[in-house]
Design a protein around this ligand. Sequence first.
Ligand SMILES: Cc1cc2nc3c(=O)[nH]c(=O)nc-3n(C[C@H](O)[C@H](O)[C@H](O)COP(=O)(O)O)c2cc1C
Length: 415
Amino acid sequence: MVENEVRLLPDDDGSWQLEAYLRRNGYQAARRALTTMSPEAVVAEVCKAVIRGRGGAGFPAGTKWGFVPKDAAGPKYLCVNADEGEPGTFKDRLILVRAPHALLEGMLIAAYGVGLRTAYVYVRAEYAGLAARLAEAIAEARAAGFLGERVFGTGFGLDVVVHLGAGAYICGEETALLESLEGRRGQPRLKPPFPATVGLFRAPTVINNVETLAAIPQILAHGADWFRGRGLPKDGGTRLFGVSGAVRRPGVYELPVGTPLRTLIEVHAGGAPDGRSVKAVIPGGLSAPVLLPDEIDIPLDVDSLAKAGSMLGSAGVVVIPDGTPMLDVLHVTARFYAHESCGKCTPCRIGTSWILKTVNRLRRDGGGPADLDHLLRLADGIRGRTLCPFGEGAALPIRALILKFRGELEQAVAR
Ligand SMILES: Cc1cc2nc3c(=O)[nH]c(=O)nc-3n(C[C@H](O)[C@H](O)[C@H](O)COP(=O)(O)O)c2cc1C
């Protein structure tokens, strides 16, 4: 486990209040950045720390910030992605509950580095209570002079607006989030142009996950080398790993990037409950292709999971116990993506709906190997043919379930 004083999620009661955050040296990193460093030096330090995005795609935050044009006329924006819609993911909510000032401090540092003065936090509708707490934290920070005009007596200022989503998974996708923020239906935009150059209200925009930003003060407080040293050279820091399903101690664990998946499940989360065993593991939220029990000796970092044909995604680990019918897992997965497809791209809209119809028919009437091949064809028909990564996110877990549990599925549908 990570030492309490540099944890993103401290244990102490009232940790969310400004007073408690200041006791843990809160806002010192932002003060140092704003009063002693140039914006370029801040971005360079974050680049050197190699902090990979915690929202799903794993893109290095510093590199992304560097894409924003420095000399652009007009406003630029920061959008914080607090949509947390990936099934199996429940870490950002803990930051909002226990460490909202770490998020605000990270936003302040990002805003200073990129040269922007307005930030939006897009919070999923189901987290309305947490949005209220965030609003309280913003009010505290503003009263203390950490937000608003002339922060720390400098010429720099930042305004933060909290915006509630309306309950669509696609609004976590960064360009759909921008559409939604602008008041339109949440559907993805064609990329390029990327939000760093044409984003919110067509202005250059940085979009980062809650956890990515909340970890930024650690980098400025302790240095990029220290941060990288806590994780891996190409994937620095610690991460919040959510573990749910068949384990003794489900929860969120803050551990170094690169911790083996088996250690997370068996040591930290206590392994499968008595008399049970692990049948499969979804390592990074539902979109991450499933792993078999003999595949979990793998370091939890972005590149290792990608090499294994899955992804670290939002680091939401779902442990599936023995005895779970994989046809049910296939059904739940198919139902989620068919329901959440925004409908903008035909291959995704039609593909996810046909996958669900086929799985429903298999559950009702049974079928044979040709039906499983048909599902694989449907999944392959979505991949690479959509505007946003939702398509891959829907197709890849379906493929993996069929390829890895083919024997069981054939038996389950045989009549
Ligand atoms: C369908 C879909 C849903 C997503 N949902 C979220 C989400 O809820 N929260 C999030 O931070 N990123 C989500 N993402 C990833 C974002 O598009 C984006 O990569 C991320 O917010 C960037 O922040 P980061 O670089 O700090 O990870 C989603 C992506 C897709 C394709």
